[in-house]
Ligand binder design. Structure first.
Ligand code: ADP
Length: 166
């Protein structure tokens, strides 16, 4: 047994967090001593939730999972990792389609900073779930309640209703 403390960051957009992300978090915390879920503040295409809302929603979901915390960041992932003194970056894998992009990202991050990326495969139940698809299907009135935590589903319905009114 090693007595080394291993801190990981799990960067992503999480717009919104899905059952797939949560599954990765629950699997990964068995491998690390500390896991920081890191919501990227850099602009993504058509964000639905603000970074503050995403952090708040994730914090509520992980509040009973020991050693997991959540915050947002506004810089390069590798800079953020260095600032947090993270040992590794965690990313989730759904299918082979993810591998090519994630491979390039991981190699680039390692080339520029030396940090390694650890991948955790999600449950096959969530292998097709993407935040983008959830936003799009929900916006068109589809029922995505099986793909995201119920609290997130409620927030999503509210957000879309407010958007339609606004
Ligand atoms: P990004 O925009 O950085 O890809 P995401 O929030 O979409 O951010 O994803 C963050 C991480 O979670 C990525 O590693 C992504 O591959 C992974 N991920 C996304 N959806 C799922 C899912 N359903 N199951 C497991 N991992 C997922």
């Amino acid at each position: 047994m090693s007595d080394r403390f291993i801190r990981a960051i799990f960067p992503g957009s999480f717009d919104p967090i899905t059952n797939g992300h949560l599954d990765v978090i629950k699997r990964a915390i068995k491998l690390f001593d500390e896991l920081i879920v890191a919501v990227g503040r850099s602009p993504i295409k058509n964000p639905l939730f603000t970074p503050e809302e995403r952090v708040e929603m994730i914090a509520e979901l992980v509040k009973d999972i020991p050693r997991v915390s959540v915050e947002s960041f506004d810089c390069l992932t590798v800079e953020y990792a260095a600032r947090k003194k993270a040992d590794v970056i965690l990313r989730g894998l759904r299918s082979l389609t993810d591998v090519q992009y994630e491979f390039q990202l991981a190699m680039t991050n390692r080339a520029v900073s030396g940090i390694d990326t650890v991948f955790v495969m999600t449950s096959e139940r969530y292998g097709f779930t993407t935040s983008t698809m959830i936003r799009e299907v929900a916006a068109l009135g589809g029922d995505v309640s099986k793909l995201i935590p119920i609290a997130i589903y409620e927030k999503l319905k509210l957000k879309l209703a407010n958007r339609r009114l606004g």
